[in-house]
Design a protein around this ligand. Structure first.
Ligand code: ADE
Ligand code: ZN
Length: 328
């Protein structure tokens, strides 16, 4: 499974920071991070809201464009070792300069340069999806949307929304999505993770997204499942994240296979891998055990992901060719 070429569409950059990386930066900067690690040195949290707290506490060590360049390089090296050949990562101006456009440009340049280097060294391609944080509220989502619109291009290709889904309604965030769409960005939104089918419906209807982050609770509404299948709305499913955060009790009860059987285009990602003790390879292995999917099915899922990637057609064509190869 490790050498199978993979496409990952749903990955939070800060959420992919290995604990040792975060501790290293904390030591350099004398930042006290007690309360976010367990005795083994792993991230420690209790449920989704506490996960968000720990996630945000860990970002305190990321204070400069150089820190983000190091993080990008570290994460891409780990992804490449898992067979990932193309990834999209959520990046938040809130954490990179506090929504200030000039500062954001500096952070972005540093991340983009690190991504270019990784492409040369490991052949992995990275694109960025600008993502305001939902629980910071609709007002604070405007600055990141403007940052996204101003920097749309070769690296920033998408716009989304992460954070606590129970805060606000999708339409409260429509201004940012309209702004991003006008700038030519492709759209996705976390929905159907901590809220039910109405949240997914609202994201599709009011934000006009073409992909949904998670979307797995659509399974509670067969009419919605049919609608997603018919419209070809792609789900960025992160089963290990859902199980670690307690959304489903185990791999057997996760709905990804049922959604796929119903014709919904599903893809597989890790979300925040070290938080959930997962990697792309582990996701595939656990899915294979729970669903019986074989290599051909994972290859088909990766073709769906390549088709839904927020990239230009040359990048997509190259990606599809690389996915045909036996291994990376
Ligand atoms: N930010 C990082 N991981 C997230 C998740 N699983 N849901 C919502 N926001 C997030
Ligand atoms: Zn996510």
């Amino acid at each position: 499974m490790k050498s199978l070429p993979k496409v990952e569409l749903h990955l939070h950059l800060e959420g992919a920071a290995p604990p040792a990386f975060v501790r290293g930066l904390a030591a350099e900067k004398s930042i006290d991070l007690r309360g976010i690690f367990d005795e083994r040195g792993d991230y420690a949290y209790d449920g989704f809201i506490d996960f968000l707290r720990v996630y945000e506490a860990a970002t305190a060590v990321l204070q400069s464009p150089e820190d983000y360049a190091r993080l990008t390089a570290t994460v891409l090296a780990e992804l490449a070792a898992e067979g990932v050949i193309y990834a999209e990562t959520f990046v938040s101006p809130d954490f990179c300069g506090g929504g200030d456009l000039a500062a954001w440009r500096e952070y972005l340049a540093a991340m983009h340069e690190a991504a270019r280097r990784a492409e040369v060294v490991d052949g992995i391609v990275l694109k960025g999806i600008v993502t305001p944080i939902r629980h910071f509220g609709p007002e604070r989502a405007r600055a990141p949307a403007l940052c996204a619109a101003e920097t749309a291009g070769d690296f920033i290709t998408g716009f989304g929304l992460g954070g606590n889904e129970s805060v606000g309604r999708p339409r409260d965030f429509a201004w940012g999505f309209d702004c991003a769409r006008e700038a030519g960005l492709r759209l996705t939104c976390h929905a159907g993770e901590w809220a039910g089918p109405d949240s997914v419906r609202g994201a599709v209807r009011d934000l006009r997204v073409e992909r949904i982050g998670h979307g797995v609770r659509a399974i509670e509404d067969p009419a919605l499942v049919g609608d997603l299948a018919e419209r070809g709305i792609v789900l960025e499913v992160c089963p290990g994240s859902n199980i670690a955060l307690g959304l489903f009790p185990d791999w057997k009860s996760h709905p990804v296979a049922r959604l796929r059987e119903a014709g919904v285009p599903v893809t597989v990602s890790t979300d925040d891998p070290p938080f959930f003790h997962t990697t792309m390879t582990r996701e595939y292995e656990r899915l294979a055990a729970a669903t019986g999917w074989d290599e051909a099915e994972f290859r088909a899922i990766n073709r769906v992901a390549a088709g839904a990637a927020f990239c230009d057609s040359d990048t997509r064509d190259a990606l599809l060719k690389r996915l045909e190869k036996p291994d990376v």
